[in-house]
Structures are given as structure tokens and as C-alpha cells.
Ligand binder design. Structure first.
Ligand code: PLP
Length: 377
């Protein structure tokens, strides 16, 4: 694997580490940067970041894999990678509408670790740990280093019993935390157990690891998943700098194993809130055979005011993509309805007017078109 794809200056900080160790996901996790001292050896911390790391322990944990650390520009306080993962004192500012559980998941949890909001599909939270902690995490109330790591067998089994009794569910999203932090054996146990439930058709795994710990995507893991198809994967990625030779190769291994990939990107102030950056990200994802799926408006999580953009910005980005580039490169922009409304699509309006037997439309260039509106029988 190429060291060249990483920042060579940062990789040099681990110059005594062999490529074999570096490419071992367990080594990456064991050597994750979790303290101010460890991080200060890699990047020049700003006063706001130093203060952020002194915030009380009950705030969201910090963890940055050495691999992700090599993506950070050590001198640039505005580096889009560091802003996603390095704590900042601004996290202590809580705005009036911000919540602990912004998507109202806890109130849609019939059994521990299972969110049943939509009619035919559920989300399972199978672990509380991540390889990297995103500062805007919508589940910061649940995840962290001090929380339960290994998945709770009894909770998973009870969730499966709930699913067995709930035949309307045909789609299960395995999420967390990051489920790919669990061992291949645990993941296989989950896939096998879910596949034993006849009415469950569609399985998908939500993970950030293809971009935060691409070493996790081993050929053995891919071969294992292949036995439980169809399995899809939703991959969290926010910035074109995250699409490296390593992460692209990880995506290719997954797709080669027959796992279709869809991306999930959170719109974040000063990180990816510009059309050129988003367009570059979506193009790089297509080249890694990832289909852009969702752009999320940042949830109203406590302490994330400094990371949110206007909704208008998201609409502008979608408008700047649609028609101007490959249709496959255009994700759906959504807001998760605060308090528990589910994903609500937000789209530029291309219907200028409707009525009098016709629809007036505009195209991506602003040109006007008329289409007849036929009466319903
Ligand atoms: C996002 C989500 C899903 C999956 O939604 P899709 O639009 O099918 O991707 C399912 N359940 C919950 C609770 C979710 O938040």
C-alpha cells in the first residue's frame, strides 16, 4: 500500500512503524490519537482546540486514527479534516433549538438498540464505539470511548425477536457507532441471524470505516459478507481529501464483492459548504464506484452551532449539481425532521406554476418550458 497517498510528513512521525503494521486495522485502532498530548505531537493545536480538549469528560470523546491524522494539514487551522474530528471550545455553546436526541430516535425505540420509525424498515444500533468521533455526531448521546464497546448480545437477540414478530419490516440498517469495528465473526453472526428471518429482504450496513480506517476492509471481510447477499453499504464521507488511494481501494474491494455503495455526507460550515468542493467529492466518489446517496443538513445536536450552514446553502449546492453534471453524481439533500420526522427531501423548485391544464417548468439553465397537464380519470 502506498505511503505516498498520505501526507508523507505526518506518516514520517510513525517512521519506525512497518507498512505491515500500518496497514493492520487493529494497529491503527491501538495507536489512535485520544489525548491532547498525542494529538499535539502530530498537529499544531490552536487555543480553541486546546480549550476544547479540556471540556468535561461527559462531552463527546476524541479519537483519530493515525491514517486519518495523515490527512490533516498540521499547520492549517482550517483544514477540513481536522475540523471534523478535533474538539473545539465552541462545542460548549448550546443554541436554543439544539437537542440531545435531535432525530427523536429514543422515542421510536421499541426494544434497546432498535429504532423503528418508518413502516417497513428499522435501524439497529449495534455498538457505541467509532474509530473516529465526528464532532457533529447525531448520536453523541450514545457513542464514546467510555461506553460499551462490544455489542450487547442480549440486546441484539431481543431486537431479532422483535423483528421476527414484526413482519412489516423488510429492510434492516445495521448502524452504531460503527458496526465495522466489530469482528468479522460478530458481523457474520448478525448477518446470519438477520438472514434467518424470512420477511427481511434488504440488509445494509452504515459505516465510516472505508474512509476513516480503510485497512478494516480486508479481503476476508468482503468474502464473508458475500455469503449474505444482497448486502448494501452506506458510507459516510464528507470531503474530497478523504478519497485517497487507500479509501478508493477499500471501496473497490467492497464493490468487487458485490456490495453496492451509497454515500452519506453531512453539509458542514467551513468544511464542505461550497459547490466546487461538493462537486469534486461527488465526482471522486463516482470514480471509486460509490453512488452519492444523501447530503444531510447538520442535525440540531447540542454544541454544533458553529458547524451548521443555512438550508439555502444546501439547496444552492443541489441546484449547482443537477443538470450541470452527471445525474448519478447528484445525491438527495435531506433534513432529518427535528424531534423525529424522518428524512425530508429538500430540493430546488423546478415547477414554476401548475394550473389551466399546463405545468410551467424551468430547466437547470433557467429556461422556461410548458408541459400539458392531463386531467385524472
Ligand atoms: C435513515 C434511516 C433509515 C433509512 O432510511 P432510507 O431513506 O431508507 O435510507 C431507517 N430508519 C431510520 C431511523 C433512519 O434514520
Amino acid at each position: 500500500m502506498s505511503i505516498a497517498a498520505c501526507s508523507t510528513t505526518t506518516r514520517a512521525l510513525w517512521k519506525d512503524v512497518s507498512d505491515a503494521e500500518w496497514n493492520d486495522w487493529k494497529w491503527q485502532l491501538r495507536n489512535s490519537l485520544k489525548t491532547k498530548e498525542a494529538l499535539a505531537r502530530v498537529i499544531e493545536l490552536t487555543p480553541d482546540e486546546e480549550e476544547g480538549m479540556k471540556l468535561p469528560k461527559h462531552k463527546l470523546s476524541m479519537a483519530i486514527t493515525p491514517y486519518v491524522a495523515t490527512l490533516i494539514d498540521p499547520q492549517d487551522p482550517n483544514c477540513p479534516i481536522r475540523k471534523q474530528f478535533v474538539p473545539n471550545v465552541r462545542e460548549s455553546i448550546v443554541s436554543p433549538l439544539e437537542m440531545t436526541d435531535p432525530c427523536g430516535e429514543d422515542s421510536h425505540t421499541p426494544v434497546p438498540g432498535l429504532v423503528h420509525r418508518y413502516p417497513d424498515r428499522v435501524l439497529m444500533i449495534v455498538t457505541n464505539r467509532c474509530a473516529v468521533y465526528c464532532r457533529y455526531c447525531t448520536r453523541s448521546r450514545l457513542v464514546g470511548e467510555e461506553k460499551q464497546y462490544l455489542f450487547i448480545q442480549e440486546d441484539f437477540d431481543r431486537a431479532c425477536e422483535y423483528l421476527e414478530k414484526t413482519p412489516v419490516v423488510r429492510d434492516v440498517l445495521i448502524s452504531g457507532g460503527d458496526p465495522l469495528l466489530l469482528s468479522d465473526a460478530k458481523i457474520e453472526y448478525m448477518l446470519k441471524r438477520l438472514r434467518s428471518i424470512k420477511h427481511i429482504e434488504f440488509l445494509r450496513i452504515g459505516s465510516r470505516l472505508p474512509f476513516a480506517l480503510p485497512q478494516r476492509i480486508t479481503p476476508e471481510f468482503c468474502e464473508m459478507v458475500r455469503r449474505y447477499h444482497p448486502v448494501w453499504m452506506s458510507v459516510h464521507v464528507n470531503h474530497p481529501k478523504e478519497v485517497t488511494a487507500e479509501s478508493k481501494a477499500a471501496c473497490e474491494r467492497l464493490v468487487d464483492a458485490g456490495i453496492p455503495l451509497g454515500s452519506q455526507t453531512v453539509l458542514l460550515r467551513g468544511i464542505n459548504d461550497s459547490l466546487p468542493i461538493m462537486k469534486e467529492l461527488m465526482h471522486k466518489l463516482l470514480m471509486a464506484r460509490v453512488r452519492p446517496y444523501y447530503i444531510y443538513q447538520c442535525d440540531l445536536v447540542k454544541g454544533t452551532t458553529h458547524m451548521r450552514t443555512s438550508v439555502q446553502k444546501g439547496i444552492e449546492i443541489i441546484e449547482g449539481l443537477r443538470g450541470h453534471t452527471t445525474g448519478y453524481a447528484v445525491p438527495t439533500y435531506v433534513i432529518d425532521g427535528p424531534g423525529g420526522g424522518g428524512k425530508i427531501p429538500i430540493s430546488p423548485n423546478y415547477v414554476v406554476s401548475m394550473g389551466d391544464g399546463k405545468v410551467i417548468l424551468r430547466n437547470y439553465k433557467g429556461e422556461i418550458f410548458e408541459y400539458p397537464e392531463y386531467p385524472e380519470d
